[in-house]
Design a protein around this ligand. Structure first.
Ligand SMILES: [Zn+2]
Ligand SMILES: [Zn+2]
Length: 214
């Protein structure tokens, strides 16, 4: 979960699994800003705390497009000004139909949710995911430099390409969370090379992990 503070508005990106009380912590960090609660995407581990908040951006791609004013989903990139801090909202379906990435022009951090992190990148819609990662890499190349990419999970160890078992309750010597922009370029390239048929791809910093339909 990430809380981005502007002078007038604040964006809470994801509400987690719902196993911990979130709202008092968030409110203690606000200084009069109006809170917007949105998600990178609406899998259960990202929306679990929604019930604590009065108003939350909806869970479908249509809801997300409507809230942020994205006319041509998933091709348009739109801006959200928090007050002295402009975010770019970038639709990137593939892991989930409603998935967005958020680029913070101030910190040059790209929030990538479950679409890129040091772990298994579960791809539910291969065609959409390939197109999304190409568009995201193009967005960065087109004058939006990225200092760090911050995703939502860590499933890799420090040993290149080696992951923890699914459901492991301990992660000794896990990979650091932050990834540099080169990892996004690499992901877009290997997806391009892989072609139209889903395939598992292992890299030092991620594992592309297609999930069969149904
Ligand atoms: Zn997810
Ligand atoms: Zn997740």
């Amino acid at each position: 979960m990430y809380l981005l503070l502007g002078s007038e508005r604040a964006l809470l990106l994801d509400t987690g699994t719902g196993h911990a009380t979130l709202r008092p912590v968030v409110e203690s960090l606000l200084d009069g800003q109006r809170l917007i609660v949105a998600h990178t995407h609406s899998h259960g581990d990202h929306v679990g705390g929604d019930g604590e908040f009065d108003e939350v951006v909806g869970k479908s791609a249509e809801d997300v497009a409507t809230y942020f004013g994205i006319a041509d989903w998933p091709n348009d990139v739109v801006q959200l000004d928090l007050g002295g801090r402009v975010l770019d909202i970038i639709p990137i379906p593939g892991h989930h139909a409603s998935h967005i990435a958020v680029y913070d022009r101030t910190s040059k951090v790209l929030f990538s949710g479950d679409s890129l992190y040091p772990g298994r990148l579960y791809v539910f819609d291969w065609t959409a995911f390939r197109a999304s990662m190409t568009r995201l890499a193009e967005f960065v190349a087109a004058g939006n430099p990225v200092e760090w990419i911050l995703g939502a999970h860590i499933e890799l160890t420090r040993e290149p390409g080696r992951d923890f078992e699914m459901g492991a309750d301990k992660h000794p010597d896990e990979h650091e969370l932050e990834l540099d922009a080169g990892v996004l370029s690499e992901l877009a390239e290997v997806l391009e090379e892989a072609g139209p048929d889903p395939s598992r791809i292992e890299s030092d910093h991620f594992i592309v992990y297609p999930v069969p339909a149904g």
